[in-house]
Design a protein around this ligand. Structure first.
Ligand SMILES: C[S@@+](CC[C@H](N)C(=O)[O-])C[C@H]1O[C@@H](n2cnc3c(N)ncnc32)[C@H](O)[C@@H]1O
Length: 329
């Protein structure tokens, strides 16, 4: 593993190991701008990945600012650490779930922060090189765990053990897959002959379902893979908890930036921020407020921020990104 490598020397360049990231950070300039990072700030990159956003936050907060870089995937965090080693203890790596942001910050002796970034989902490195079964374009073990040590069940276990009804619901709920029941039936039938252990086997089974993917712009396996990954990593529960934990940790006027990549995530981000921004959450039919709810943030952008056409052209994976920003009251 590892793409960090030493390159030849050129005049005036010292022997710095050149780290070659696979993942291109999405909405990078916009994230730093929206966080309004200043020198000396303490920020959290709650999804450090390969450290692309952390790098920009460290540069923007130089010379003394710090970044707590969290990732659930220990393999990714190791890559971020290596990439950002030049920043010494200004980059504080922490392996864990952003839903536990409060504890992770406490572990790093951080009480409050100036900004939090959540760039959710998975990185290009995880898709292309982690060997963890995230991509339907590779034949790998059907795993999909961000944290292979602390997470169970993996995707193979779900595919082989859930009932047809449970599998159908999972595919519908997390993949918004209209043919969820048909796929569940096909998988349950196939696993009776032999368990589904690899992404290659799963893709073959999906491709054999007549008409699956007809009229779609995406591969017939796209929604099934998304659904399994979300379920394995309990992504939506963690996202909601992560947003709340981030708001708790922010100083007044500190900002939270969330970048998401599909409608399920974005809907949840929108709803969670709207709830946090509301001064009353009583049902509409109650004439007088009885909830005592207090707004914790104000929404900064009513319209979502999307990558500019030039970014999408340079990095097609950025095309589905949507950014929402809130400021702590
Ligand atoms: C889109 S990538 C981030 C890429 C990063 N911004 C960069 O520029 O390299 C999302 C990252 O979030 C991590 N992740 C997903 N769910 C998480 C969770 N609940 N807690 C912490 N990290 C999580 C994934 O392992 C992945 O590395």
């Amino acid at each position: 593993m590892g793409i960090a490598r030493r390159v030849g020397f050129s005049a005036g360049v010292s022997d710095i190991p050149l780290y070659q990231p696979v993942h291109q950070p999405v909405l990078l300039r916009e994230a730093v701008e929206q966080l309004a990072v200043r020198s000396g700030w303490v920020c959290v990159d709650a999804t450090a990945g390969e450290g692309g956003h952390s790098l920009a936050l460290l540069q923007a907060s130089a010379p003394s600012g710090r970044v707590l870089g969290i990732d659930r995937d220990p393999r990714s965090l190791a890559r971020a650490e290596r990439r950002l080693s030049q920043f010494g203890d200004r980059f504080i790596p922490a392996q864990g779930n952003y839903a536990d942001l409060g504890q992770l910050a406490q572990g790093a002796n951080i009480v409050q922060v100036d900004g939090v970034l959540l760039d959710v989902g998975l990185s290009s490195w995880q898709l292309e090189a982690a060997g963890a079964g995230f991509s339907f374009q590779r034949d790998e073990p059907l795993d999909m765990r961000f944290d292979p040590i602390n997470t169970w069940p993996d995707a193979a276990e779900l595919v082989n053990q859930l009932s047809e009804d449970e599998l159908g619901k999972l595919l519908f709920q997390y993949g918004e897959e209209p043919r969820a029941r048909t796929i569940a039936r096909a998988l349950v039938q196939a696993r009776q002959a032999s368990p589904v252990r690899t992404t290659g086997q799963l893709v073959k089974l999906l491709e054999a379902i007549p008409g699956l993917g007809r009229g779609r712009r995406t591969h017939p396996a796209t929604r099934t893979f998304q659904a399994l990954r979300i379920a394995v990593n309990d992504e939506l529960t963690n996202l909601e908890a992560g947003i709340k934990a981030a708001i708790d940790l922010l100083k007044p006027a500190g900002r939270l930036v969330v970048i998401s990549y599909h409608s399920l995530e974005d809907r949840l981000v929108k709803q969670t921020l709207a709830y946090q921004a509301a001064s009353c959450v009583c049902p509409a039919e109650i004439p007088v407020c009885v909830c005592n709810h207090q707004a914790t943030v104000r929404i900064i952008n009513r319209r979502i921020i999307r990558p500019a056409p030039a970014e999408v052209a340079a990095n097609p994976r950025s095309r589905s990104a949507r950014m929402r920003v809130a400021e702590k009251l």
